[in-house]
Write a new protein. Sequence first.
Lengths: 402, 387
Amino acid sequence: MSKEPRTIEANLVSLSLAAGALIVVLLLAMIGVQQALGSSLRQLETSTIPAQQSVSDQRHAVARLFQRQVQVLATRTQNELDDYRDRTAIDTALEQSRALLVASLRKASGEAATVEQSLGLERRTRTLLARDRALFDSVRLQHGFQEALDGQSASVQGELQKLIQEARAVSGKAHLEYVLALRRITRTPSPAEIEKLVFGAERVQREAAEQVMAAVLHLGQLVGKIALAQNDDELNSIAANELHQSLEHSRGHLRILLTALAADDPVRPRAEQMQKQFESVAGGIADAQNPQSLLGLRRSTLREAKNGAELRGQLLEAVRDFSEGLQQVEASVSEETRRAAGAAHTTLWAVRFGTLAVFIVAVCVGISSVRRMRESVRALHAQNQRASATRARSDSPTAASA
Amino acid sequence: MDRLRRSVLTLPALLLAPAARAGVQSPIRVGMSTALSGPAQGLGQGMKAGVEAYFRVVNDAGGIHGRPIELLALDDQYEPSKAGPNVRQLIDTDRVLAIVGNVGTPTAVVTVPIVNEKKVPLFGAFTGAGVLRKTPPDRYVFNVRSSYADETAEMIRGLLLDKKLEPQDIAFFTQDDSYGDAGFNGAVRALAAQGFEAPETLAHGRYARNTLDVEEGLARLLDPRYRPKAVIMVGTYKPCAKFIKLAKKFELGALFANVSFVGSADLLKELGGDAEGVVITQVVPHWSGSVPVLEQYRASGLEPNFVSLEGFIVGRAYTEVLRAAGPNPTPEEFVQAAESGTRFDLGLGETRALSPEVHGFSTSVWPTRVQGGKLRPFSNWNEVPTR
């Protein structure tokens, strides 16, 4: 029993149904693709890209922090340092980019680990800023001590210079007396004058004054050495050896000078003033109880420099820690980016495969429809032929006679 | 129609007239940072008075190309730390065309780098120090007076050639700084020019700046090994006066010759009766002379002294160059005019041309000596008695 071919109308209905189904499938696919791609794009737009931007902002803010530290460390005075006291811009940039990063990460994944990471970053940021502030304060203290040291050093050098000048004046007066005696002897030699010249106080005064000058000059050199001492050991050595010796020498020569000056000598008050002035300067140099003495200030400067070096180490550690945290966050952000990009990629391939499948289905449906239509047409042809044959038979003479 | 045309033609003239008037009357501003208070105020006030007096003469005669000259003087108390900010203010804020008649070497040390940096002329400073007399000269530094070296060289010339002293008869007493060095080195060069090459064998006493501790220096000169007949002194009036008094007391018996910066009037006052015979070289002629600028100075009404006279001559030198620089000169045009080779007449009997290699108007020195309690000029050093 042969299967009766379908009518053209039936085929057309089938074809229409198939085309309609394909259009519905295509529409559904398009909506699906749009949804999938939209979701990926939204994720990229609202969380991944802002997160990446925030990481970049964090790095930029840290770079600015470093730049500021370089400038802070390059300063030489508290006045220069004051220009860098305000760190608000960097703090704000770090805080804003960190808040944005946390929000972006929450939106992207909402996972506890990611939030934890960002919280770790917050802690690390706080540590970094605190250590930067500590280093700034240390540099400020160092400058303060150095400025006080410079001031004290200049003051001591000025006082020593005055002492030298006083000693030179005393020596000059003694020298003048000596030369006048020489002139007297040149004119009228007398044993008394010669004895005075050889054994008189003028020679002793002049020698003592010159010794005072030499000792004070040496003290001036030591003041320079103290200001340049690089560590406590060097400072202790200068204080215990050279400085102590130099101070004692100066005191000794001042005593000799005073002894050589008679009570009614017009120069004596000046020499006594020198002695007082010397003790005042000596206190300004080496008073162990006085933190404002030259030695005390140099010790404070060295101590703070050491503290500053430690703080710089701690700061570097904090920066390293912060960088690690930022790297972890950056890895998460990269993972999110990869995930979003992967989803978009998958959707793209799904679209490609779906389009191919729909195309194949459409081709199959088309071929099938063409075949069915051909069968229907053939059947129609056959039917027409049969109908023509029947009409011919009925129009023949037999048919006519009948 | 005619009225309209007239109005159109008159309008620009009416609009431009006030500006033109303002242009004619706007003053030429020059600045000065000097000691108007403190121990050196006599020098600063004298220079200011002299410069202002000459500017008054010029302004009364219609100014320079119709513009009056205005002097803005700031007090630096002879302190370098104040002179620097003063000069910066005058140049940056007051926009002066030049700095004129500053006083002192330590202040000049600070101000010379500033004027070179700002490219504004420093004109006629009251110092003979070498810092203002480099070879080649600083482009923006112009001197009116001769140098300390010129003054001590004149002393050497007079002592060796006029008085026929031997170099060994000369001793020095100098301030222990660059001022003293400048004078001493000038004398050494002058001695070398006369064939004497051993200045270290001469007696040379020194004293510390801002002290009266002259005994050591005097002791060196009183040493029986030396028998100086003349002492060349490069210092300030108080220590120099003390030195001369002590030297006379201890019978040094030499001729004492001071450079101009000592401050003639103050030295005379400080020395009192011991001033007789003391020589002071001057960088301007005595006001009693007959050259035109001295007649102008005497007519100015100032109480005559060498400091205000120097200020007066500085004022004249400055205005001569300014006149040559044209109606609205810039500092650069002023320098170009100064270096152009124009011969400037300072009213001292001869004209003088400057060039990029020569920035000094004068190397002349006028010796004076105290006679009867007054300073009197002389030309032959034989007129001055030694011992």
